[in-house]
Design a protein around this ligand. Structure first.
Ligand code: NAP
Length: 340
């Protein structure tokens, strides 16, 4: 394994922004990973694990430690005796390729997570979720390198402490590096088509009982229509998390904005659609800061034009945070990870 110096990172991110990594290497196997971590420890350098680069914003000054690009590959399928299939996927596999492959094998569990950019290794970190399904629903365990103990271990589902867009891998940032994820998928399952966008897609086409491939195709098309073209814009998808507020606060906002959508949580709080607030309450669609812009078709998404800097994106996000606070009285936080 070669450790390189001063490698520009912009091309490794979907925002297409960011300065250089002081040190950079590609890990193709577990041995490379151990060697890279030992190198960083020896020099007391911070480590940043790079997957698909689709949920990060790298500072214009770059990263002063070691960036490890995880490219461990391989997917293994194993039949279990109760109509389920164990799927072990290496961290460097492309997430949507795995989803496509499992759907074409008729395995249920990941179909609603179609068309999400990034790698398999990144999927449990923020417990990716879409259209009523979270990746943790299908995860049995995660194989990780524990960089504190310098040991490869398996985290069970309960060790992983999954929550909404959260896990132990995110809470104890820097401790674990994902090597692979073990899923359990089913040969027979129930499709979840409850979300409005999916229901409307099938009702427009008069399809009452879609199959698993049709659900995947629907989600691919819905996302393509909502999200910016990666070839034209730099972007990391949704920039902020959807806020969860108290029922009283929701009532207050609903009086002011009767069409405000809200989704009750099990603890009595209400989850809001921040895209709706940014669009309808803040009128932020198309708002610009330098060469960063709020995407017109989906205000939760920030996009960048060629020549944009991380400073532009941060400037725009600060303006939006202030706008939401002033207009709706809600504190919002970023979903995209800031790397500096
Ligand atoms: P959307 O469907 O317009 O939904 C906006 C918000 O409303 C989300 O917080 C969503 O909750 C909630 N919501 C909508 N319908 C709901 C229902 N029937 N029951 C409960 N909650 C409901 O969002 P979008 O921006 O177009 O994104 C589509 C899906 O992709 C959403 O599920 C979104 O969360 C997901 N997504 C995930 C990530 C990620 O994992 N990092 C990034 C971008 C988008 P949920 O968030 O619980 O679905």
């Amino acid at each position: 394994m070669i450790i390189q110096e001063n490698i520009p990172l912009a091309a490794y991110t979907t925002f297409k922004i960011g300065g250089p990594a002081r040190f950079f290497c590609v890990a193709l196997n577990e041995r490379d990973l151990l060697e890279a971590v030992k190198f960083a420890k020896g020099k007391e350098l911070p480590i940043f694990i790079l997957g698909g680069g689709s949920n990060i914003l790298i500072s214009d000054d770059g990263f002063s430690g070691l960036v490890i690009k995880v490219e461990l590959k391989g997917i293994i399928y194993r039949e279990l005796d109760h109509g389920a299939v164990a799927v072990s996927a290496s961290a460097g596999e492309i997430w949507d390729d795995l989803v496509g492959e499992t759907v074409s094998r008729g395995l249920y569990g990941l179909e609603n997570l179609s068309a999400i950019p990034g790698t398999v290794g990144a999927s449990p970190v923020q417990n990716i979720g879409a259209y009523g399904v979270e990746v943790s629903n299908s995860i049995e365990s995660i194989k990780v390198l524990d960089t504190e103990q310098m040991k490869i271990v398996e985290l069970s589902k309960s060790d992983s402490r999954f929550a909404y867009r959260d896990s132990v891998l995110k809470c104890e940032k820097g401790r674990y590096i994902v090597i692979g994820v073990n899923f359990e998928l089913n040969k027979r399952g129930k499709l979840n088509t409850d979300y409005k966008d999916i229901r409307e897609y099938f009702s427009r086409r008069n399809v009452s009982e879609p199959n698993i491939s049709e659900v995947r195709q629907a989600i691919i098309e819905i996302r393509q229509n909502k999200l910016p073209d990666w070839r034209k814009w730099g972007t990391a998808g949704s920039y902020f998390k959807n806020p969860v507020i108290t029922a009283d606060k929701f009532k207050e906002l609903k009086n002011k904005y009767p069409k405000l959508p809200g989704f009750p949580e099990s603890d009595g709080q209400v989850k809001l659609s921040l895209g709706w607030i940014l669009d309808k309450v803040c009128r932020a669609g198309g708002m610009k800061y330098g060469k960063a812009q709020v995407y017109e078709k989906q205000a939760l998404v920030l996009v960048t034009m060629p020549g944009a800097t991380a400073t532009d994106v941060v400037g725009l996000s600060r303006e939006l945070i202030k706008l939401v606070k002033d207009k709706a009285g809600i504190e919002i936080e970023g979903e995209v990870e800031w790397v500096c």
